[in-house]
Structures are given as C-alpha cells and as structure tokens.
Design a binder for this molecule. Sequence first.
Ligand code: MSP
Length: 500
Amino acid sequence: MTKQHAYITTAIPYVNGLPHIGHAMDYMLADVWARYARQNDREVRFQTGVDEHGNKIAAKAAENNLTPQAYVDQLYENFKKMIAELNISSTDFIRTTDAHHCEAVQYIWRQLAAGGYIYKGSYEGWYCQGCEAFVTDTEAAENNGVCPDHKTPYQRLSEENYYFKTSAFSDKIREAIESGRMKIVPEFRKKEFLALIGNGLQDVSVSRPRKNLSWGVAVPDDDSQVMYVWLDALSNYITVIGYPDRTEEWQSFWPADVQVVGKDILRFHAGIWPAMLMALDLPLPKVLLVHGFINVNGAKMSKSLGNGVGPSDIVPHYGVDAFRYYFLRHVPTQEDGDFTWEKFEAAYNGELGNDLGNLVQRVAKMVLSYQAGVIGDAPQAEHDMGPYRAAMESFNFDRALAEVWQTIRSLNQYIERVQPWQVAKKRDKDPEAEVHLSEILAYACGTLLQVADMLTPFLPQTADNIRGLFASGVVPQELAPLFPRIYIHTPDPRGAKQAS
Ligand code: MSP
C-alpha cells in the first residue's frame, strides 16, 4: 500500500549574513514534525531553503564589493551546512535564484494577471528594507518613522508599480482562518491576525521599478519592473515541489500539512500567501505553525550587540542533540524563549546527563553485571502515550518532551524504590529473586526503548544510541556515557569536592 503523503515547509531565511538560532528554530520545529510523521508511516516531503533576492541582499553584496549573485553563491552554503549540522531530515533545499523557481514565479505572475488580479498603480509611502515590507502611514507614525525591529528609518517611496488585488480575497481568507480551514496555531496569533485584518486586506504592491530594485525576478512583459521579493519568496513552497510543470509531483504533496513561520512573518503567510493560492485556484495550507522569538540573556539577538549564539558555539562541544534539546524543550514551541549559558548547561548536565544519561548507563550496567548483558523477556509495561501524543498533535513540542521526562523520572524513582542491587544480593538464597531481578531490568529496558521512540523526533542520535543498547536483547559490553558532564560556562560543582 502506498503511504499517505505529508508536506511540511520552513520559512526561507534571507542570505544576508550567517545563519543563527532564529533560523535554526524553523528548521528544528519542522524536523520534529517530519520525523514524527515518518514514525507514523507517512511519506514526508520537507522543504528548506534560502531567500536570495531583494534590496537587502543587494545592499549587503555591494558592501562586500560583490555582485548579488556572487554574494549569495558564497553564503548559501552556510545554511545548507547548518541544516546538515543540526541533523535536519529535509528532502529539499531551494534557492530563489534557481532557474526553475524563477520561471515558475513568472508563470505565477502571468496566472495572477490573467485572472485580473494584477493592475498597474503607483506607490507613495513608506518601506522598510530590513523587513522588505511596505509600511502604512499609521504604522510609520506609530513608530516615529523608525522600524522597531531593525532600528532603521523607513524609506519614503514614490514610484510606479504593479499591485496584487489581495483585497478581493479578504472575506474568503477571513472565513478560512475563522473556520480553521487554514488553522493558525497558536490561537492567540490567529486572533491577532484577524484583528489586524479587521478592515479587510489592502492590495499590495508586488513590483518595483528596476531602477529602485534590480535584484529580483523580472516582471513578465515589462522589463522596467522587478518582482517584489515576498511574491517571489512565498511561491517557493509550491515551486520547490514542481509547480507548475511537474504536475503529478506537486499535486501529490500540496496542500502543505504544516508551514512553520516566525511570528514576525505571519502577516505575509496569512495574508498575501492565501490570496495568491486562491488566485491560482490552489488549496490553502492546513496549518500555519507560528513560533516566537529567541532572546539571549533576555535581550533581542542582534549582530550589533554581538550576543548571537549559533550552532557552532554549541554543537562541537555538547553535540547536536544537546542543541536540539535545549531549543525544543526550553523554548516553548508557540511563544518566545530565552537562551542563557546557565540554563543551557543546567539542562545539559541535569536533564540530559543526569536524568537520562545516568539512567541509561545504570540500567545497561546492571544488565551486564547481573545477567551477562542478556535482557530477560518479562512482559513489558506499556506507558500511556496519550499525553505525549496530544502534545505532539497540538504542536506543543516542548510539552511532549516534558512528558518524556516524566517517564524518565518515574523510571528513576522506580529503580530507587525496587533497588535491583539489593534484589541481586538475595539471588543465592532465594530463587525467586532471580526472576524478580530479570523482570525489573526487562521493565527498565522496555521503558527506555519506549523513551527512545518518543525521543526519535527530537534527539534522533540519542534515540538510536538507546536502541543500540537495548533493542537486540543483549546489551553490548562497551558503554559510553550519552552526555558526559561539561562545564564550560558555569562552575563545575564537582570542582569544590575534588579540591577538598
Ligand atoms: N526571507 C524571509 C522569509 C521568507 S519565507 C517565504 C525572512 N527571512 S529571515 O531571515 O528574516 O527570517 C527567517 C525565519 O527566522 C523567520 O521565520 C523568522 O521569524 C525567524 N527568526 C529570525 N530571528 C529570530 C529569532 N531571534 N528567534 C526566532 N526566530 C526568528 O523573514
């Protein structure tokens, strides 16, 4: 039987610098979902990629004395590397400069125009290059003419361009969101967006004169205009799976099951994007999963503050699963979160090293020393997976991990209570002790295998390591700690003891 298809997408970051945790968040959340869907026997298509057009990138390239193409050619590999480094199981990586994508975007433009949704106009107003967004007068006034995210003054534009009639879809989009046909998760973001479009969607400018924006896809049949970067970028979700030419392929994956985006770009994904899809007569994505922002020591990450923390600060020292663990467990999936080295090392040494790592080591060692590594086949207890599944299915991945830790803590408590080492001592005199010990250890190994299954979407390597110890029925002789103690940024509590 063919597997049911599933499609998940991530926002494509601008290639105007190095990748950071914020970009990693999109990729990691999507990866959790993708791995979970595969565990549930679905065939998953998982898109990632980079956004390479627009003035912001052209400006950065100029600063570096490079053409935009040469600049993005140099930088995009860093994003690919990060995806590999974080063990992201994506199936696709799109660059918006790919020839197929550019041609497909021109096709999309023609379709919108043929439907009567594109018209020529002129734009007189504000623009934020950092956001690559047109800004209303009200918003500009509220922010005193300076973008609160980028701390740069808005540009004043007065130019000819083409508009996309987003307003024609206002009611249909509102209905799709309200009814949950395109579900916005979490609920409070849905409410926020519905409030934002209270008066309907405004038509958006979707091109700029070439003299003001030269780095982008050309507007078909009008060489004086270049497409607005968001029209180009949003299209990636369908062009990457073969729209419009590889019909069978894209039709078997679209609509996306989940599209992961950060809170700052929800408005593009819940406004222009569904309007484009409706104009193309395509179904809407089923879910927009909106994550929050990661702060570092309570402050917004920024290049000028120099407080950005990237995978390369963490992965080489603590391992990829430690990185994934912290951001998936300690940053609530649907809200803002914070990174500090104190919290990170506490989670690493306490939750990964102590709760999980020691437990695994301890159980494996007991099976080796009391039973020559052979795991008995006593009936295994089935833990209630309900709360874990409910958390996974409602996109509360942090809570799903908390559920796994519940199981881990219960097993630790169980072992403390039944004290297998005491049972082992009684084996000479009491033949039943042997059976009892075997049952205790089989139960512990079985529970750890279940823990491995629940960890698979989050910590794939660790899950494999645990399975490597317990799945074959014989524990291998060589045991390496899963998460050795590391104190680089916080004091080693063992230091004092060792010194005394
Ligand atoms: N290029 C657009 C997206 C186009 S999608 C068709 C863009 N790029 S971005 O580089 O600015 O952001 C990419 C993703 O990273 C977004 O989902 C954004 O929310 C996320 N993050 C960027 N900084 C972040 C944090 N500090 N914390 C969490 N995620 C944030 O927007």
